[in-house]
Every structure is written in structure tokens, then in C-alpha cells.
Design a protein around this ligand. Structure first.
Ligand SMILES: Cc1ncc(COP(=O)(O)O)c(C=O)c1O
Length: 408
């Protein structure tokens, strides 16, 4: 599939990991160097924050190095070559046909979610999310004084589905104006099927609800044969494009989050005009030249690197699944279809109120805790699998041995 791209790797996995896995201590890494501040213990093994311990594709480093060597970083615009690389990526990987004039740029997906909430709703308007979900979704709604409406996903032994009856009842009862979807869904790992997407988008259409689909994890497909990612813009041959805005970014796919370059994709001309008018009043920044240099190189040359990363993530996931099912079979491991974030239910072993103490003080791990994603989810933890397998092995073994100690 990627034979037309330069830089195809022939590395075996061990060589790939050796070449790309990197020590991040003392680099002002939020994940590694802020543990003391965030968790009160600098010595924890960090399995939180959704970024990777792997260096970016070599061509990205080369493109950045060349751009930096120029020595001038004045105001820039987005070249056609960036649009071409991005649009080509979406077409090849996701059969998503984009037009250049649909695309706007942001300095991060969360930032764009805040802008979208403000551009399309008024204070007091109802905005819906499906919980548990990435916690800045709550913030984007509540920091802007909108009414938070949540519908809980149905959890069937770690496989999560949407509760359509509850969603419809809540849309009606609260006159929901905006629905923020996470697709693939962080933290439960679902890639929504075409049927699920058609159903939720049709419901939103029926009740005049605008949809913003956060597709930042679009490229992290664990089993694409059986669970391919489907953009909200391609569902039902694009039938819902007039009511959908997609936000995405190269940041998760290529580990470039802090280069602050993301996309807001708005096919509908009226919605675009509303967005542009809002941004004209509140946001006058130019694009990030290094972010776009990296993004273009990544979309042009990073496919083979991504395929190697996906193989590492899959192996990490299978290791964790196998170890837990053999040694601590009552941990419920979510059905990971998309994202590199694994959602674990520890409630069969722990009083949920003791989860934090157990994970931090006994296991020595820094994780994202369930209650950050939903007030009902104490007892769950989220671990990042886009890392050197040695860290995943250590985290898994720590949990297994500390659970064994608990039961003595
Ligand atoms: C669903 C989702 N949206 C957005 C983000 C963050 O995006 P950004 O860093 O571009 O604001 C994350 C990071 O984990 C995420 O999981």
C-alpha cells in the first residue's frame, strides 16, 4: 500500500524499537518530567499522557532540521504542498475526499473544540458527549458555561456501545445543539461501525444537532481488517457532511503534539462562514511553520513508520491481554479497536476508592484515572501502549504482582 512512498522500512521490530525508542527524561516532557508536580512522586513509571516514546519518522526530523537551519521563522502561510500531502493521506488511508477550501488550521484539537463550542452555541445551550470520554470535552463545555449533557456508553464486559434510546431522549429533553463525538473513542477504544455512525448522525440530523467529530486518533487502527476507521464525513457516502465538522491533526499519529498544528474541516459553506466570522473576532494567529513542515513530511513519508508503530502497539496490547487473562483474569481489558490507550476495569479486585493508592503507591505507576473520564468510573485506569514494550511489561507485571500481594 505504501510502496509509492519513500523510506519504506525493512527493519524487524526489535531494530525499529532500538532505533526509535528514546529516553525522554530531562526534556521538559509533561509525561516524564512533571510527575512530581502532577502525582507527587517523580519516580513513578509514566503510562499517562497520549504521546509516544518513539522518535518521529526520520524524514520529519530531516525536514525540520533543514527548516531550522534556514534561521528565519517569520510569518508563513500554508503551501499547496501541505494541503496536497494531507488530502492525499486522508484519501489513501481513509478513502476520505477532502477539498482544500474546507480546511482551517488550529493550534491543537482541544483549542479548536473550545472555538467550535463558542462559534456555534450560546451560553446555556446544551452540548452532549458520551461518557466516559477524554476529559477536556467536559472542560470545553463547562468552561464556556454551556449545559453539559452526558449519555453513558453501555459497558458490556469491556465492549462499549452507544445507548441510542438514552441519547435521543436527552437530545429531546435538553434541546441539544451540539454533539461532540470522539471517534475513535478515547478511552474505551471503540472504532464506531458504519451502522453506529449512520444511526447517531441520523439522530442528530433529525433533531438539528450539529456534530463535531474529534478524529485525532483516526490512524491508530488495531485491527483495520475487522474494525476500519470510518470518518463521519464518509458515513453513508457523505450524506451527513452538511451537519458535521471534523477536527484532526498529525499529532497523535506522528508524535508531534507540541508542534501545535491541527485541522478543522468544515464541508458546509454556511457553517464555514460562521466559523470564519467567529475566528476573525477571536483568533488572529498565523500557522505554525514548524508544525506544518513536520506535518507535510509526515504525511508524505511517514506511512511506513506508522505501520511499524502500529505493530508495536498491537504487540503491547496482546502482551497485556495475554498476561492479564492468564494471571489476573478478572481485570476487564477493554476491546481495543482504535487509539493506543487501553482502558482497564480493576473493580473486581479493588475497592474503587483505593485505586489511586494501589496504582501509584503500590504499583509505582502514573496513569489516567477513570474518574477523570466519568464520575461513575472510579476503579478504571487508562494506560498508554505507544511506548517501548519494556515499560508495558513492567507496568503489567507490577499490577499482577501487587494484586497478588493484596490477596495474601
Ligand atoms: C480525543 C482527543 N482529542 C484531542 C486530544 C488532544 O489534542 P491536542 O493536543 O491537539 O489539543 C487528545 C489527546 O489525547 C485526544 O485523545
Amino acid at each position: 500500500m505504501w510502496a509509492n512512498l519513500e523510506g519504506v522500512f525493512n527493519m524487524d521490530q526489535a531494530t525499529f524499537i532500538k532505533t526509535y525508542a528514546t529516553n525522554r527524561l530531562n526534556t521538559n516532557s509533561l509525561k516524564w518530567d512533571a510527575l512530581g508536580v502532577r502525582y507527587g512522586n517523580p519516580d513513578l513509571l509514566p503510562m499517562w499522557v497520549a504521546d509516544m516514546e518513539f522518535k518521529v519518522p526520520e524524514q520529519v526530523t530531516t525536514a525540520l532540521t533543514e527548516r531550522v537551519a534556514h534561521g528565519i521563522y517569520g510569518y508563513s502561510f500554508t503551501p499547496d504542498s501541505y494541503y496536497d500531502a494531507f488530502i492525499n493521506w486522508e484519501q489513501q488511508r481513509h478513502q476520505l475526499t477532502l477539498q482544500k477550501d474546507w480546511v482551517r488550521f488550529g493550534t491543537g484539537v482541544v483549542n479548536s473544540l473550545y472555538a467550535i463550542v463558542n462559534a456555534y452555541t450560546q451560553p446555556g445551550d446544551a452540548v452532549m458527549i458520551l461518557t466516559p470520554v477524554y476529559y477536556p470535552f467536559f472542560d470545553a463545555i463547562q468552561d464556556n458555561h454551556r449545559q453539559l449533557v452526558t449519555s453513558e456508553l453501555i459497558n458490556d464486559d469491556g465492549h462499549y456501545t452507544m445507548d441510542f434510546a438514552d441519547i435521543e431522549a436527552k437530545i429531546k429533553a435538553n434541546e441539544v445543539r451540539l454533539f461532540i463525538q470522539c471517534s475513535p473513542h478515547n478511552p474505551v477504544g471503540r472504532i464506531w461501525t458504519a451502522e453506529e455512525e449512520t444511526k447517531i448522525l441520523a439522530l442528530c440530523e433529525q433533531y438539528g444537532v450539529l456534530v463535531v467529530s474529534d478524529e485525532i486518533h483516526q490512524d491508530i487502527e488495531i485491527d483495520p481488517e475487522n474494525h476500519p476507521f470510518i470518518s463521519a464525513l464518509t458515513v453513508a457516502d457523505g450524506r451527513f457532511q452538511d451537519q458535521v465538522i471534523v477536527v484532526n491533526s498529525p499529532s497523535k499519529t506522528f508524535n508531534v503534539a507540541c508542534l501545535l498544528n491541527s485541522h478543522v474541516i468544515i464541508p458546509n459553506a454556511d457553517l464555514r462562514a460562521t466559523y470564519d466570522a467567529f475566528m476573525q473576532r477571536y483568533n488572529q494567529t498565523e500557522v505554525n511553520v514548524l508544525g506544518q513542515t513536520a506535518g507535510q513530511a509526515a504525511y508524505e513519508h511517514g506511512g511506513a513508520w506508522l505501520d511499524q508503530i502500529l505493530a508495536v502497539i498491537r504487540d503491547n496490547y496482546h502482551y497485556l491481554q495475554t498476561e492479564f487473562s492468564e494471571k489476573t483474569s478478572k481485570i476487564v481489558v477493554a476491546d481495543l479497536q482504535g487509539t493506543y490507550l487501553i482502558w482497564l476495569d480493576l473493580r473486581a479486585y479493588l475497592d474503587p476508592a483505593t485505586t489511586r493508592e494501589f496504582i501509584q503507591d503500590k504499583c509505582g505507576l502514573a496513569v489516567d484515572f477513570g474518574e477523570w473520564f466519568s464520575k461513575n468510573d472510579q476503579g478504571f485506569v487508562r494506560l498508554n501502549l505507544a511506548t517501548d514494550p519494556k515499560y508495558v511489561h513492567q507496568a503489567v507485571q507490577n499490577i499482577i504482582s501487587c494484586l497478588a500481594q493484596l490477596n495474601k
